[in-house]
Design a protein around this ligand. Structure first.
Ligand code: ADP
Length: 338
């Protein structure tokens, strides 16, 4: 019930009770006078109760406000000066405070879940190459060392697994530094066409192993604003993914299109593509689409997370499009150099 209505109704009841008692005590008195007297007594006591309750409540509520709002806050001064409806106001403040705490707890829980998942994924990704290395070393110690061919094969395999672990640790270091803003970008005018060609040249060996043709759009220099090393890393991750996850003897294209003040860089392949439902997750750390297939491909599952971070640290966006059986394309923007 509304507190003011409560006070009004109880005043009516008290008035009636006082009037009835007074009537029995002074039966000869004029009933109208008794009623007025009862009304006055009731109003005076209601006013006194209201006044003392306010003072009492304000005093009790002040420490609560101090706890909720802090000693020096403007809100505290405001709360004290407008203690008009102290209970209503305190209720509102407590509700707001509790809502904020609930949100903080939810955020902390989400961070904790993320941390657990991250450590779990990391342990899993490192365990696989570590167990492989352990297997090859044990086999060598148990006699495989004697056979020169087997020895070389096992050592090479162990070496590849060490490369895989190194890559995971390096990628992890990069993404951690990117996320903590510990990588300063050196953004200046750079030729995106030349940068892409250099990256593609450096990937020649893996392209040959997969018999894949990689083409970079021909043309004049195309100057954009970017950190050359990091943009090169973006192109390298996208093109190497396109080669490794695209089909054998496939084709990969790096294209550029002008979009107003921006250049759209697109890396596409004609590989098996990805299901639409996995697309929202591919930029997550450690997410690998087809686990069994991806296991055969040395990767950390961090490549696209790094790519997204770098593009977004340039204040730009990246978009992925893929259709099962039709290939995949990743495109990101960079600002044109003036
Ligand atoms: P990694 O390559 O180290 O596994 P990424 O973050 O670069 O990690 O890629 C995440 C996953 O996305 C890959 O494991 C792969 O399953 C999928 N993927 C990435 N690029 C392509 C592509 N061009 N075609 C098909 N699948 C891809």
């Amino acid at each position: 019930m509304n507190p003011r209505l409560g006070v009004f109704l109880s005043s009516l009841i008290v008035t009636a009770v006082i009037a009835v008692i007074a009537y029995f005590l002074f039966p000869q008195a004029n009933p109208e006078h008794l009623l007025i007297l009862a009304l006055v007594v009731c109003l005076v006591s209601a006013a006194a109760i209201y006044f003392f309750a306010r003072v009492y409540l304000s005093e009790r509520l002040l420490p609560i406000y101090r706890t909720l709002l802090g000693k020096n806050s403007d809100k505290l001064a405001n709360a004290i000066s407008t203690l008009d409806a102290p209970v209503d106001q305190a209720e509102q403040e407590v509700t707001d405070w509790a809502d904020q705490r609930i949100q903080e707890i939810k955020d902390l829980q989400a961070k904790d879940d993320f941390r657990k998942e991250f450590i779990g994924n990391l342990a899993h990704e490192l365990k696989t190459p570590l167990f492989n290395i352990q297997g090859y070393v044990n086999s060598l110690l148990e006699g495989a060392m004697e056979d020169e061919k087997v020895r070389e094969r096992f050592l090479n395999k162990a070496n590849r697994n060490i490369d895989r672990m190194t890559r995971i640790v390096e990628d992890l270091d990069t993404i951690t530094r990117l996320e903590h803003g510990r990588i300063d970008l050196d953004i200046k005018a750079m030729d995106i066409r030349k940068c892409s060609k250099d990256v593609v040249d450096s990937l020649e060996e893996i392209a040959e192993q997969r018999s894949t043709q990689v083409q970079v759009d021909k043309g004049d220099e195309l100057m954009v604003m970017g950190d050359e090393f990091r943009v090169g890393q973006v192109i390298e991750n996208l093109v190497s993914n396109a080669i490794m996850y695209g089909k054998e003897s496939g084709e990969v294209h790096v294209k550029f299109s002008r979009l107003g003040d921006h250049v759209l860089v697109e890396v596409s392949d004609n590989g098996p593509g990805m299901d639409p439902e996995v697309m929202p997750r591919i930029f997550e750390r450690f997410y690998r689409v087809d686990k069994s297939r991806s296991r055969n491909i040395a990767g950390s599952g961090l490549g696209l997370a790094i790519v997204k971070h770098i593009v977004e640290s340039h204040g730009q966006t990246i978009h992925a499009h893929s259709e099962k059986g039709m290939g995949s394309s990743f495109s990101f923007t960079l600002a044109l150099a003036k």
